[in-house]
Each structure stands twice: as C-alpha cells, then as structure tokens.
Write a new protein. Structure first.
Length: 300
C-alpha cells in the first residue's frame, strides 16, 4: 500500500526558485556573450557558476520532495526520497504514532528546528534523545507521524496518517514474507565511494581553484596590458613572436578545457583504476600551475 506525501508546498516553492535561478542564469549568460573580458565579466562568470550549482541542488531537492512517498506492506515500510530509500523491517518497527504523542519525550521539535523549504525535513540523521532522528516529512514536526524502531525515529508525512497507522496495525500480525534489513539504500551513482574520497575532492578542488584564480588574475590585469605582447623568444632571448593582447585569453581557456576533460576522464575510470584517476586529476592541477607560469612569463 503506497502513500504519497501530504504536502507539496515545499516542492512547489522549490520549482519557483528553479525558475528564478534559470532567469538569473540567462541574464548572466547574455552579459557574458555581449560583454568584453574584464574584471566585471569575471564576476559574472563566477556568479553564473554559483547559480548553476545552486540550480542543480534546488532541482534535485524539489523533485525529491514532490516524489516523497511511503510504501507499507507486511514486510515493512520503504520511504523513498529522491535517490535515497529508507528500508524499515516490520519486526523492527515498535510503533507508528502521531509526533505530538512522542515529541516531548524525544525532543523532535528541538532536533529539527528551523523548518527549511528545501524538501521539508528530508536530510541526514540527528540525535534525538537516545534515538537517531531521520526527517522525511514535508510538514512541521507537530503535524507529522513518527515511526519508532529500537534505535531510530523516522519523521514522516503520509497522506491520511490515520489510515497509514491502521494499515501498519493490520499488517503487523500477519508476519513478513521476506526478511528486510533496516538500512538506507542509494542509487548506484550516489552510492559511489568517490563522494567520500577526500583526496579526490582535494585534487579536483585544488585544480578548479587554481583555474578560477588564473582567470581572475588575468581579468584584473588585462586592461593594463599593452596592445602587443611578446609571446615567444629565441635562444638568444630576443623576441621573435609578437601578438595581440587578446591572444593571451586563449591560454586560460585551453587550460580550463583540458581541466574539464581531466575531470570527466578521471571520474570515468575511478571505479576501475582509482590510482590512475588520481594521476589524471593531479595532472589537471599541474596543468593549471604550468598555465600560471606561462601567463607570468608573457605578462611579467
């Protein structure tokens, strides 16, 4: 028996935010297309990157909130939120009650203070007076329902909470047909070990920061550079190639494109050759440092 969430307000607010962020992104793209390379343009580019990152997160939270559902049968309860599924075995469920009956005892309102629109109460576990609280609700704690197991408290918001509780009471005495484990399951993508690999994020983050600072520095000095720059010297130290100032913009752009290729390639081979992925990402960081050296040589 499946129950949808009792409220879609948070998801709808999220979709409105998605629209606003999309409009902001379009405006920033237009500014970048029609503008010239400058410190202001660099600021627009950074704002666009932040806008895209927030947009991706808001889209996920909104879709996950709108699709929040609870499936209950004689084997237990499955709570689906986005790419995460909480599986609760029937023999582990001690009680399903309105949150108002256990709020004072567990302190759930204090644990989940500050209701956020970003998917209601869905999020990671937090301690709740001896139990671990798992928020999977789109309404306030006081109006939610709580599934209690020996170690955890799951805050949920099914439609017709009375029917949800009655369905559990009817099915509990029947006994399970399958033995489930109480666990959180994630899709293969979110279950990859890469998300918890600090070395991975250190290498990729370092390369991205180096690329960002490289572009920022060039934007800062660009208008101060002469119209003609020396791009190459011979063995005697004499300039043998002079080019327009705008040609220097190719340097960070090529370095950035190569970095994007390194990031994608490393991610693709990570599951099978983790050390090789580290080398690829490390090479991306070295490439940005080499680009820094080349930029300093031309402009210094």
């Amino acid at each position: 028996m499946e129950f949808r969430t009792s409220s879609f307000r948070n998801g709808l607010i999220g979709l409105v935010a998605v629209g606003v962020l999309a409009v902001v992104g379009i405006v920033l793209v237009r500014q970048l297309i029609h503008g010239t390379f400058s410190l202001l343009a660099f600021g627009f580019a950074v704002a666009l990157l932040l806008d895209l990152a927030v947009l991706c997160m808001v889209v996920y939270w909104s879709v996950a909130t709108l699709s929040l559902r609870y499936r209950l049968d004689r084997n237990g309860v499955i709570i689906t939120w986005g790419a995460s599924r909480l599986v609760l075995a029937m023999d582990r469920i001690q009680a399903i009650v309105p949150a108002s009956q256990v709020d004072d005892e567990l302190g759930l309102t204090a644990v989940f203070q500050g209701r956020a629109w970003r998917g209601g109460w869905a999020g990671g576990p937090r301690p709740a007076e001896g139990r671990v609280g798992w928020p999977r609700s789109n309404i306030s704690v006081a109006c939610s329902t709580v599934i209690l197991t020996p170690d955890d408290a799951y805050v949920v918001s099914p439609q017709r909470p009375g029917d949800f509780i009655d369905a559990w009471r009817v099915r509990r005495p029947l006994g399970p047909t399958q033995r489930w484990r109480e666990e959180e399951q994630r899709t293969w993508l979110l279950g990859l070990p890469i998300w918890n690999d600090h070395l991975t994020w250190g290498l990729m983050g370092g390369a991205l920061v180096a690329a960002l600072v490289l572009h920022g520095y060039l934007a800062f000095i660009y208008n101060r550079l002469p119209e003609a720059l020396s791009f190459h010297v011979d063995l005697m130290g004499q300039t043998d190639r002079i080019g327009q100032r705008s040609e220097i913009l190719k340097l960070p752009l090529i370095a950035l494109l190569m970095l994007m290729l390194d990031l994608v390639l490393g991610f693709a081979i990570y599951r099978h050759e983790r050390v090789a992925a580290y080398l690829v990402w490390g090479g991306g960081l070295v490439l940005q440092l080499l680009a820094w050296g080349a930029l300093y040589t031309v402009t210094g």
